[in-house]
Design a protein around this ligand. Sequence first.
Ligand code: G3H
Ligand code: ZN
Length: 286
Amino acid sequence: MFASAKEILAKAKAEKYAVGAFNVSNMEIAQGVVMAAVEKRSPLILQITESAMKYAGDKELAKIVRTVIDERSEDVPVGINLDHGKTLDLVKKAIDLGFSSVMIDGSRLTFQENKNLTKSVVDYSRQKNIPVQAELGIVPYLGELNTDQTDWSTLMTDPDKAKDFVDYTGVDFLAVAIGNAHGFFREAEVFDWARLKTINEKLGIPLVLHGASDCSVDKISKSIENGVACFNVDTDIRLAFMGQLTKMVDSKVSITDPRKIMEAVREAVKKKVVEKINIFGSSHKA
Ligand code: G3H
Ligand code: ZN
């Protein structure tokens, strides 16, 4: 059932579990994720980046994802989020394409620029009844910083600034930086739990943790205790997809039907999402 991230995340936060937001760039990933949602009766979010839109065609990908939800999700709530949107124009496009939430990522701008951009997106999205996620602090990517000497203290979300940011912009969800990192950038061994607790107490809105692929079970549960209602997962899905694809291609059996390969790949994606759902505690929350 196509649903709003607003309700999905509000329920998760209130009942102290989290949902996954899984990046999608093709039909098989979308189907694998939704099949896991149905099997586990877990609400979740499918999310699309600008580069995924460029790869698959924005309208094509949006239609594929929406159709997969409509055809397969039964009564399990599933949203479509714009992930890491960088401009108001892209947000407008995503809303026109039928997404049920958007993220505006001004995290690499100055604090004031991020505030202004986020406010303009919230003002626009409110009229369309679409909730907005913003990001404050830096959740680094591999290649962006010197990984040998990461000074996490310079990257983390400042709780007072976060309060000011949320009050000013009226944003619905906030992505925070507490030692987490994207993809293969090695995250901090210990997250700054005191900081997360303070942010949660000051803001009260659902928090989002990006770069959740490699988070330990312990980090996941402590994050949930402190207000995280959504974990963004991309790399682990890519690894599951590519791992199975490579295995199939490398096998001695000659396969001439791509469906034989992609069926197994889709199953591997589903299995990985089921694992994540079990860790996030969102089974049977539909
Ligand atoms: O926005 C997407 C994510 O933050 C994914 O991060 O690739 O480390 O799972 P990940
Ligand atoms: Zn992210």
